[in-house]
Write a protein that binds this ligand. Sequence first.
Ligand code: AMP
Length: 409
Amino acid sequence: MERPQTFADIALRPALQETVAKVGYLKPTPIQAYLIPRALINRDVIGQAQTGTGKTAAFLLPFLNSWQPGEAPGPQAIILVPTRELVSQVVEEARKLTPEPQCKTVAIYGGQRIKGQIDAVRAGLSIAVGTPGRVLDHLARGTLNFSNVRYVVLDEADRMLDIGFRPDIERILRRCPARRQTLLLSATLPETVLKLATRYMVKPIHINLAPKRITVEKIRQTYITVDKERKFDLLKLVLEREKPKQCIIFCERKRWAQELYEDLKNHDMPAGVMHGDMEQAQREKVMQRFRAAKIELLVATDVVGRGIDVTGISHIINYDLPIDPENYVHRIGRTGRMGKDGIAIAFVTPEQGELLTNIETFINKQLDAEEIQGFEAFRKRIETTSEPAEEKKQVPVFGRKRRNYRRGI
Ligand code: AMP
């Protein structure tokens, strides 16, 4: 199958082509060019692609292409995603790309009163976009009927399994008619995801366009060593120096994110914050303001941060280094969207040398060390000798020394 260069080559129905043009998509992104033609011939497809590549439109357009007025009562398509933010983003994209107002998309997620969702479903829908837990809730209550579902998408399947959604996803898939098309999108394809695919998909075509290194190579990545208690001062300095257009500052814990947000506020540096302890409505408000560029700095944790898709993000600051190297890739992938360049700066404390090495091994690239005067991290020499205390010098931990040591030179 040749790779189509334009949406006209893909031969979408005319109304859909018009909407795509109106939205401003001039030509298909690689994942769209590969995935859409294969899905249009009703094959199951596994697409290995990350956010920021146009994967949402890639899985929405084949369904929208086949949609016809007067179909059996919906939903005809069900799209499962890991987080509420992602639900909102997919819903937004679906509404943008749908030519006919009768083809309705409904968001189904927790943290919002179920009553409103039930009313929206009753009013009729074609596409249900939801998190697995809440979708299952609706199935159990009998408020969603899956007997006419013919198109199923598992988006960010690896993340959904990470969060522990596997049993819910399987229950949902078992409730869908066997005669259906199933698409699975995932940044990585670990054994668990492949098992799910083998069990619930029929001879899927596999598309891999997301070697991680390619995505992160566009991003200038550096690290700065800093003592834990001086991180906040360093952050102020870096923000002053970089003057980011928009920046996400990642923290490892919800409480740390909240504290950092409050510290910023107390230092006259207005920011937004997003973490899993916040109400859905609050999170959405922050997201909207960030998307509208009314917020320049956003403090976030991984689960919510991962779904953020805003093209204006110029900087990512890893205020806390992620324990899981994969999260590093997801975090920095929030910048450098749609071919733009981005900057990612990691704060590394003296104890975190190994963590940094893990990340570098995972991305197969060494981060450049940045020296900022006054912020060289020091630690006391290990006190194993009987040297008098006043003679104990402080020695820098990272920089060249760390590298040479690590490489055994
Ligand atoms: P996604 O990977 O689905 O999160 O998409 C990332 C961004 O790319 C979103 O803001 C989309 O609106 C945008 N986008 C998707 N497809 C195209 C395209 N063909 N041309 C330009 N922008 C696109």
